[in-house]
Design a protein around this ligand. Structure first.
Ligand code: ZN
Ligand code: ZN
Ligand code: ZN
Length: 444
């Protein structure tokens, strides 16, 4: 039999198991293990799972549950711990561990959680599926992902790097005070904020022109409405009166409104948030992309491209806008004899680009750079980022001021990161429009 020939499976048994299969080697806490067997007395939360990593052969160790109350994220659960169940779990564990061992080993500690999540999706052949979770303030959870990986922020990071694909699922709204999404939605009176609103017809009396909510028209003995303004009977619909619309009448303050305000009331902290001021959050179902599969097998998260790192950063322009602004800026500077500076920053992002002891300009440094540029750049400055090159344009800036900007960037890069990042600056200020574009196109 195939199983008997395989190396023994080191299992951390949490709970009581009488008859483990012969190829299962039971270990106790503190010893190295490859898989975990739990009985129904086990409690296995986020912290315990992270603590177990210390002795696990791999962060992605599979977990099996025997008995009632299995959490939704275990690899498999069985109603009992009879030999047949234990045997099936063991067989599944061998298969999962083989897939886990096939994954690339992480190269950088910083990528650990991202790679774990990708590796989980690969080794479990699953997707990240959002589900309603009323017990969670966010109202949504990826329940089938292990708690360590069930993070919207990790999923979104992987998506932005092109390592996951996504389908829209739902939109939730958040309380403006405590961010809870457990909200009751109701229409409120714009005057007194009461929710005690009653919808009713507006009655329009043709002969006197009065119109108002129907409950203001009293009924005659014959059951006809009496106009509150002129006290005539309203006999025939379409002849004496009509009903041009409906309104909400506040039962608390009697205010009449066509546009009650929609308000979310927080079930957690009772704060009221106007519906159009509530922060929205979009939830997606995620699955691996081909690039994500590859990253998991290589054990390497690709460095964020400059284009992505600068995405949404206002001074960063697309190529067409950049060339138009540059052309315009150079012409103005020439015509009015104003100072104008252009500088290029080149980042070395991998082994091939580098010489010397400096470290590659990785994802974290790119984020740091964008953060400090937010503080340093002025409204009129703009840039074009492509490949590993950023072209900065500083209108109304002479050589001395340019140097002080470059110095500030350098000073901040050296204090914000522990190791010296590898990059270089070059002054392109004397160049013509054509020469600058040529330099841009080399890396484009
Ligand atoms: Zn709240
Ligand atoms: Zn009111
Ligand atoms: Zn009337």
């Amino acid at each position: 039999m195939q199983l008997a020939q395989a190396a023994p499976l080191n299992v951390l048994a949490m709970g009581t198991f009488d008859q483990l299969p012969v190829n299962v080697h039971c270990v106790t806490k503190g010893q190295k293990f490859s898989a975990v067997f739990c009985d129904e007395t086990t409690s296995l939360g986020f912290e315990e799972l992270v603590r177990l990593r210390g002795d696990a052969a791999h962060d992605l160790f599979p977990i099996y549950w025997f008995g009632e109350g299995a959490p939704p994220y275990v690899d498999a659960s069985y109603p009992d711990s009879r030999p047949q169940s234990l045997h099936e779990a063991t067989r599944d564990a061998y298969a999962k561990i083989a897939r886990i061992e096939n994954l690339g080993r992480k190269q950088v500690e910083e990528d650990r959680e991202l790679l774990n999540l990708l590796g989980y999706l690969v080794s479990r052949k699953c997707e990240a599926v959002p589900r309603w979770a009323p017990n969670n303030k966010r109202l949504v959870e990826y329940t089938e992902l292990r708690p360590e990986f069930s993070s919207r922020s990790l999923l979104m990071q992987l998506y932005r790097k092109g390592l996951l694909e996504r389908d829209f699922w739902r939109k939730t709204h958040q309380c403006s005070k405590c961010n809870s999404s457990r909200l009751n939605v109701a229409e409120h009176c714009p005057d007194c904020k009461s929710t005690d609103l009653v919808e009713m017809d507006i009655v329009h009396h043709f002969s006197c022109g009065h119109q108002g909510p129907q409950d203001a028209f009293q009924l005659s003995a014959g059951g006809r409405m009496i106009c509150p303004s002129c006290e005539q009977n309203l006999d025939h619909f379409g002849v004496d009166y009509d009903k041009p619309g409906r309104v909400q009448v506040c039962q608390n303050c009697r205010a009449v409104t066509e546009n009650p305000i929609t308000i979310f009331e927080c079930l957690d902290c009772a704060t009221l948030t106007l519906s159009d001021e509530a922060i929205q959050r979009d939830w997606y179902r995620f699955r691996l992309s081909a690039a994500g599969q590859e990253a998991a097998m290589l054990g390497q998260i690709p460095v964020t491209s400059l284009e992505n790192a600068f995405g949404g950063f206002e001074p960063s322009k697309d190529y067409a806008t950049f060339t138009a602004l540059l052309d315009n800026g150079l012409n103005t500077a020439q015509r009015y004899d104003r100072p104008f500076s252009v500088a290029v920053m080149r980042l070395a992002s991998d082994e091939n680009d580098r010489d010397g002891p400096n470290v590659a300009f990785g994802t974290a440094m790119r984020k740091t750079l964008v953060k400090l540029l937010r503080e340093i750049l002025r409204d009129s400055d703009f840039l074009y980022a492509a490949g590993n090159q950023i072209v900065f344009v500083f209108p109304e800036t002479d050589a001395e001021e340019l140097q002080s900007i470059v110095d500030r960037i350098e000073a901040r890069l050296l204090t914000d990161v522990t190791e010296r990042p590898d990059y270089s600056f070059e002054d392109w200020s004397g160049r013509t429009f054509r020469d600058i574009l040529q330099g841009v196109r080399v890396v484009r």
